[in-house]
Design a protein around this ligand. Structure first.
Ligand code: DX5
Ligand code: ZN
Length: 219
C-alpha cells in the first residue's frame, strides 16, 4: 500500500484556494481532502457541490470527499457528478450502510466508510470487503485544529489486523490532529492515507507538504 497525503482544504485560505492547492500538488500531495458538513451530523457547515465542481479538472490530485452529512445517500450522485473520485460516508449517518456503499459504486466512484472516535471498530466488520477505504476519525468530526485522540492508534491497529485476517489490503485513512510530529506513529499503527488540515495549511504550505512527504516515503 502506498502512503498518501490528503491535505484538508478546510484549513485553506479560500480567497486563494487555487494557488494553495497547487502548492500542495507541486510538493507531492496526491489527494485533496474535501470536508462537507451539513450542520446536523456535525455542528458546523462547510462547503459543497459548487466548490467541488470548480476543482474538477483543475488539478491531477484525487478528490477525496468526506461527507459529514446525515443520510449521505441523498447526495452521492451529485458529488460524483461534481468530480469526486472517492466518497466517504459515516457509518453513523446511514440508515442503510450497504445501500449507500452500493450507490457510490454505481456512480463509478470509490467508496470510503468512516467511524467517529466512539464507534467500535467492530462495527465495520460487515463491510470490510465492501469499501476501498476506511476512515478512522482521530478527533470528533466537525472542526479542524483539534488535538489527536491517542486511543485512535489502537483503533487503527485493530482495524489493520481485521483487514489482514481477511487478506485485504484496503486503505486506512486517518483524519484529525495529524502533524509531522505524530504522523510516524499513525503510519506505524497501520494507516496509509494521512489527512492533515492545520498541519499543511497553517504556515508554509509547500514546506509542510514536503516535510510530510519525506516522512511518508520513509514508511
Ligand atoms: C474534521 C475534518 C478534518 C479536518 C482536519 O471534522 O474531517 O478533515 O479538516 O483538520 P486538522 O488536521 O486541522 O485536525
Ligand atoms: Zn475530513
Amino acid at each position: 500500500m502506498k502512503n498518501i497525503l490528503a491535505p484538508s482544504i478546510l484549513s485553506a485560505d479560500f480567497k486563494i484556494l487555487g494557488e494553495q492547492l497547487k502548492e500542495t500538488e507541486e510538493a507531492g500531495a496526491q489527494y485533496i481532502h474535501f470536508d462537507v458538513m451539513d450542520g446536523i451530523f456535525v455542528p458546523s457547515i462547510s462547503f459543497g457541490m459548487p466548490v467541488l465542481s470548480s476543482l474538477k479538472g483543475f488539478t491531477e490530485q484525487v478528490l477525496d470527499v468526506h461527507l459529514m452529512v446525515t443520510e449521505p445517500v441523498r447526495y452521492v450522485k451529485e458529488f460524483a457528478k461534481c468530480g469526486a473520485d472517492i466518497i466517504t460516508v459515516h457509518l453513523e449517518a446511514c440508515e442503510d450502510v450497504q445501500g449507500t456503499l452500493d450507490a457510490i459504486h454505481e456512480c463509478g466512484v470509490k467508496a470510503g466508510l468512516s467511524i467517529k472516535p466512539k464507534t467500535p471498530v467492530d462495527a465495520l466488520l460487515p463491510y470490510l470487503d465492501q469499501a476501498e477505504m476506511f476512515l478512522v476519525m482521530s478527533v470528533e468530526p466537525g472542526f479542524g485544529g483539534q488535538a489527536f485522540i491517542p486511543e485512535s492508534l489502537e483503533r487503527i491497529r485493530s482495524l489493520r489486523e481485521l483487514l489482514e485476517k481477511q487478506g485485504l489490503k484496503t486503505d486506512i485513512e486517518v483524519d484529525g490532529g495529524v502533524y509531522q510530529t505524530n504522523v510516524a506513529e499513525v503510519l506505524t499503527a497501520g494507516a496509509n492515507v494521512i489527512v492533515s488540515g492545520s498541519g499543511v495549511y497553517k504556515g508554509d504550505i509547500r514546506k509542510n507538504t514536503a516535510g510530510f512527504m519525506e516522512i511518508l516515503r520513509k514508511y
